[in-house]
Design a protein around this ligand. Structure first.
Ligand SMILES: O=C(O)CCC(=O)C(=O)O
Ligand SMILES: [Fe+2]
Length: 288
């Protein structure tokens, strides 16, 4: 199986369908690479200050810079990109809602070996989610061109439906090569890993991931984004960051208050999943 590839004008439903079949998909040149250059510029002090990873999985020649919502206005727009929201909303559409899971620039330095092949959903303590029940949908935006030589993400297309805890060799994988401005989608169950960087340049990707909102977030948005900054952000972004109730009641504050109301100090429209609960209950009512 190969990686499904699309042009920027692809309908999001087509990408979601491809993700169902292959567990991965690329939209080439979805945005102007200048937008990603701007994000890199906004983030440059943080990118330079980030230390290399502490172990082979994080990468000892790789820098992972997070907190992108607080640190880059451009990254806020990437997180909310309407095509991404549409695709992720379909892939995770079986859940009442989904939320942002982590934001991270992954800068793979020259000489970095390939990352072990893994499933991102193993982050959830290796819980064996049922095959076909995706809990996570991920994106990596190519800030620089992704080439086999500079560490393009390596994927095993179709492996999202395979058994859990498999071990793959690099020869089982294909590189998600793509020009800057493209975005790679892959689900939480897809086996993949960062490629080795055998070039002399740094490979920059922006990893923005989303997960169903009944699971704990990998990056803690409530602390990664200072509240003075959060209070100035648009409400839909805040909800996606987790200032909303997951499913019916997850994440409420004291007397069943909405977390967004608490952050902003004023009444907001309810963000509970009650609407969905009511329609689900209506479907279960006996006819007539
Ligand atoms: O940067 C990449 O290409 C992929 C990184 C990755 O899979 C991870 O860190 O979980
Ligand atoms: Fe990964």
């Amino acid at each position: 199986m190969t990686i499904p590839r699309f042009a920027a004008d692809v309908p999001p439903a087509t990408v979601a369908e491809a993700l169902g079949e292959a567990g991965c998909a690329v939209i080439e040149r979805l945005i102007d690479p200048a937008i990603l250059d701007r994000a890199r510029h906004e983030l440059s002090p943080y990118l330079e200050a980030t230390p290399f990873g502490p172990d082979d999985f994080s990468g000892r020649r790789t820098r992972r810079t997070g907190g992108l919502i607080a640190r880059s206005a451009t990254c806020r727009d990437l997180v909310m990109h309407p095509v991404v929201r549409d695709v992720v909303g379909t892939v995770l559409g079986h859940a009442t809602s989904y939320q942002l899971h982590l934001t991270q620039v992954i800068a793979i330095g020259p000489g970095e070996p390939a990352q072990p092949i893994h499933r991102d959903q193993w982050a959830f303590d290796f819980f064996p989610f049922p095959s076909g029940y995706e809990v996570q949908c991920n994106t990596i935006w190519a800030m620089t061109d992704f080439t086999e030589a500079n560490g393009a993400t390596r994927l095993v297309p179709g492996s999202h439906r395979r058994e859990d805890r498999l071990e793959f060799k690099l020869s089982d994988t294909v590189p998600a090569e793509m020009p800057a401005g493209s975005v790679l989608f892959y689900t939480g169950a897809l086996y993949h890993g960062a490629g080795a960087n055998r070039s002399s340049e740094v490979r920059y990707g922006v990893n923005l991931t989303y997960a169903v909102s009944w699971l704990r977030q990998e990056e803690n948005q409530y602390l990664a984004v200072p509240h003075e900054i959060a209070r100035e952000l648009p409400e839909p972004l805040l909800r996606l960051m987790g200032y909303a109730r997951g499913a019916y009641a997850l994440g409420y504050v004291d007397d069943l208050r909405d977390p967004l109301e608490v952050l902003l100090g004023r009444a907001v429209e309810s963000t509970t999943g009650l609407g969905d609960l009511e329609s689900a209950l209506a479907r279960l009512r006996p006819a007539g």
